[in-house]
Design a binder for this molecule. Structure first.
Ligand SMILES: NC(=O)c1ccc[n+]([C@@H]2O[C@H](COP(=O)([O-])OP(=O)(O)OC[C@H]3O[C@@H](n4cnc5c(N)ncnc54)[C@H](O)[C@@H]3O)[C@@H](O)[C@H]2O)c1
Length: 389
């Protein structure tokens, strides 16, 4: 059977634009049995000179400067959205209306109402829809899920997630788009906690109710002079108010009726660079993960003999571990970019069969519902129920 082709149009060309471009190139390289090949048809950005330069660097056939033109093109099957959150809804709605499959960066939108609009639009159009919670597709996370399904942790009692960074701790760091409520919707909450929430739901199911707090430590920052990407910036004269959370913390009950959880997301944890961690403690054992050591999964088995008990570290780089047969000989690490390559591998295989891929927009809406409830509970100072998708 001839390998199908999926013709891709990508919106955005900086951090995530580069990560996604690399994934389209590398997925067929590492997984030659992939069932559909991504064809890198067009990349879209508003600055023609800049987007033309990266099109060559990343390997795209053509450029567009209007996302509306891109989604209308007859030679595009899949629209990939890597613009900041304030654009996700407009872009996804336009793509769905044009009958294109949509692959959108996280968080799905900047608020629950917009996320629901996106879900309605893709359902109405009957198009494939995926939200990019890429950490799900790390071998260690897939192994964690297998272990939970096999009963390794028993009844899960505790979920404990921390997503800690420190790149905005300097009060003179300017108001980049990730700190601008009109563009990002929220601060650490949507940027970091969104990932932890998706992982929690992937591993333990839905979150039912929560109580929270949000804190903005630096309430005014220098205006942005110029930016070279989402994470680096120069300051201009004058200060602007910060309207997003610098830190968001919450406690929750899961819908399974047993598990209780804590979440902490901050970009003010000096010394922590990308400390995306969780721990699950159950009746039979524990599992813990740290993105800074992403090839490892730590496990504790209560049935180990007395005197031999303790956490052990599994290096998830055997060919038997999820995705690893595509990469290197046993025990050779993979990196950050491979989570994106694994997503594209799975998305191409699903689309070759006319199927969608999890997490889809419904899951994106569920995460958005938790994010919005965190902000609601921080204001009400009460326990709040998470609304249905
Ligand atoms: N999955 C992950 O691990 C992960 C990591 C980082 C960012 N993200 C998400 O990806 C998205 C983008 O983040 P980033 O770090 O790549 O930002 P970035 O600032 O590096 O890049 C954003 C890109 O969007 C383009 N853009 C903005 N408005 C546009 C428009 N109207 N039309 C066309 N292009 C437009 C910009 O030119 C730029 O190329 C956000 O939703 C963010 O939350 C996800």
């Amino acid at each position: 059977m001839a390998v199908k082709e999926i013709r891709v149009g990508l919106i955005g060309y900086k951090f995530m634009g580069k990560a996604h471009s690399n994934a389209y190139r590398q997925a067929p390289f590492f997984f030659p049995d992939i069932k559909a090949r991504p064809v890198m048809k067009a990349i879209c950005g508003r600055d023609k000179a800049a987007v033309t330069q990266v099109a060559q660097q990343y390997g795209w056939e053509s450029v567009e400067t209007s996302y509306r033109k891109l989604v209308q093109r007859d030679d595009i099957d899949l629209v990939d959205i890597t613009a900041p959150g304030n654009w996700h809804t407009k872009m996804a709605l336009a793509a769905a209306e044009a009958g294109k499959a949509v692959y959108c960066e996280k968080p799905l939108a900047n608020n629950l109402a917009d996320a629901r609009l996106m879900l309605q639009a893709v359902r109405k159009a009957g198009v494939i829809n995926v939200v990019n919670f890429n950490y799900r597709r790390l071998p260690a996370i897939q192994l964690a899920r297998q272990l939970i399904e096999d009963g390794f942790v028993g009844t899960p009692y505790h979920w404990r997630a921390c997503y800690l960074q420190d790149w905005i701790i300097d009060p003179d760091f300017p108001l980049v788009w990730r700190l601008d409520k009109r563009i990002a919707g929220s601060g650490s909450l949507g940027d970091l906690a969104a990932h932890s929430i998706d992982l929690a739901m992937f591993l333990l199911g839905d979150i039912a109710s929560l109580a929270s707090l949000e804190q903005t430590f630096i309430t005014e920052r220098p205006r942005l002079a110029e930016t070279t990407g989402g994470l680096t910036a120069a300051a201009a004269k004058g200060k602007v108010k910060v309207a997003v959370d610098d830190a968001a913390l919450f406690v929750c009950r899961f819908a399974n009726g047993t598990t209780v959880g804590t979440f902490e997301a901050t970009r003010f944890a000096a010394g922590h660079k990308n400390f995306n961690t969780f721990e699950i403690n159950g009746s039979k054992g524990s599992i813990r993960f740290n993105l800074e050591r992403m090839n490892e999964l730590e496990v504790y088995d209560r049935s180990d003999p007395e005197g031999h008990q303790g956490f052990k570290t599994i290096l998830t780089t055997d060919p038997s571990h999820p995705y690893m047969e595509g990469y290197w000989p046993p025990a050779h690490n993979i990196g950050y970019e491979h989570s994106f390559i694994n997503v594209i591998h799975d998305l191409m295989n699903a689309m070759a069969q006319g199927k969608g891929l999890d997490p889809d927009f419904e899951q994106g809406v569920k995460v958005q519902a938790v994010l919005e409830t965190v902000t609601k509970a921080a204001k009400s100072k009460k326990w709040e129920k998470v609304p249905q998708a």
